[in-house]
Design a protein around this ligand. Structure first.
Ligand SMILES: [Zn+2]
Length: 363
């Protein structure tokens, strides 16, 4: 999920709701809370919490412990934008990305360029995504890995290929290949993967061209942005009692009415208030599950390398106590009332504010 979300609700409604809920969360009664913006605290973490792996909260409102880093390079992948330090995830997520890279290579995709996964301890980010907070989301470029290794400088500067015409919202046919389809099909084939977010134009291309087994299209969900990368989301993993699952996707291929909505004018109306604060700008520690404080406070491993995933057993560099047992529900009611059914690509919008539109995702 990117922050390029446009809400069909009026911005005034959103702001009013965000303010009201922030007050409810005790923000107004605690002047010091402004110093505890969750994105500042989680954005400053350089290493994971060295405990057993656990996702806490929801994709757009949570954190995780026991994260591991995907190595910067593998035989079939390269990590992009390494300076962001967002190559961390739940070990199951990292293992799955590596597996996808191998399977995709066997299918004829040269290798994965890996975009953002999560910060070392998850949580909201200073820039970009609304989700990616619990180590179970990953962005993968729709540009294949080039034939020769990318330098670290190239990984910072190389542009991704925009696959979709911004005026028509249709895929650029000169760029789309059967290998793109196969890559998405392979990603959707894993039982752990619950949804894959793509630009509506990409969803339409698949709807129009996939023959034979179309059952996997159910997992491919249209969303704003996602025109140079796709977003792979896996479900809550064992050992994460406080991980809040998302709604299951409808059983059909999603090629009917919900997709048609994206090709109306409504989803693309310009944002009337582009400078309105985003959810991540408002979130304090009080808005996150209580256990996320323990995640922040937990000791880290000795080094990045000690928490880098090399297959097999998950490294736990430091024996540290588990984050506290739950005493409060990880999240409360979602705020999706009034959103069209197609917004269900990303259920349970954080109640402190619906992510607001941006012209272009920040990665
Ligand atoms: Zn994403």
């Amino acid at each position: 999920m990117m922050s390029s979300v446009r809400s069909p609700l009026g911005n005034r409604t959103i702001l009013a709701a965000a303010f009201g809920l922030a007050v409810l969360a005790g923000l107004a009664a605690r002047p010091a809370a402004a110093e505890e913006r969750a994105k500042d605290l989680f954005g400053a973490e350089k290493l994971p919490a060295a405990t057993s792996a656990q996702s806490i909260g929801f994709y757009s409102k949570g954190c995780f412990a026991g994260g591991v880093a995907i190595p910067m390079d593998g035989p079939t992948w390269e990590v992009m934008r390494p300076s962001r330090n967002r190559r961390w995830g739940h070990p199951a997520m990292i293992a799955l990305i590596e597996k996808l890279s191998r399977d995709a290579a066997a299918d004829g995709w040269p290798g994965l360029l890996i975009g953002d996964i999560s910060q070392p301890r998850g949580g909201p980010m200073m820039t970009g995504h609304a989700s990616h907070q619990i180590g179970l989301d990953a962005d993968i470029w729709l540009t294949p890995m080039p034939g020769r290794p990318l330098s670290m400088a190239q990984r910072e500067s190389m542009s991704a290929t925009l696959m979709v015409d911004e005026k028509t919202h249709l895929v650029k046919d000169a760029l789309w290949t059967p290998q793109h389809t196969n890559l998405l099909k392979r990603a959707a084939s894993y039982p752990e993967v619950e949804r894959i977010l793509v630009n509506p134009g990409i969803k339409k291309k698949l709807c129009d061209t996939v023959k034979g087994d179309r059952s996997w299209l159910r997992k491919i969900r249209p969303f704003w942005g996602h025109d140079y990368h796709f977003h792979m989301r896996i479900g809550c993993q064992p050992g994460s009692p406080n991980c809040k699952a998302q709604e299951t996707t409808p059983g059909d291929d999603g090629c009917g009415k919900p997709l048609a909505w994206w090709f109306t004018e409504q989803p693309w109306r310009p944002n009337k208030n582009p400078d309105a604060p985003k959810a991540r700008d408002l979130m304090t520690m009080a808005n996150l599950p209580r256990e996320c404080r323990a995640v922040l406070d937990a000791p880290g491993p000795a080094s990045v390398e000690a928490a880098t995933y090399h297959g097999g057993a998950v490294p736990v560099a430091v024996a540290a106590p588990e984050p506290e047992a739950p005493s409060v529900p990880a999240t409360t009611a979602s705020g999706t009332a009034g959103l069209p059914a197609s917004m269900n690509a990303f259920t349970a919008t954080p109640e402190i504010g619906i992510p607001l539109p941006r012209p272009r995702p920040e990665n």
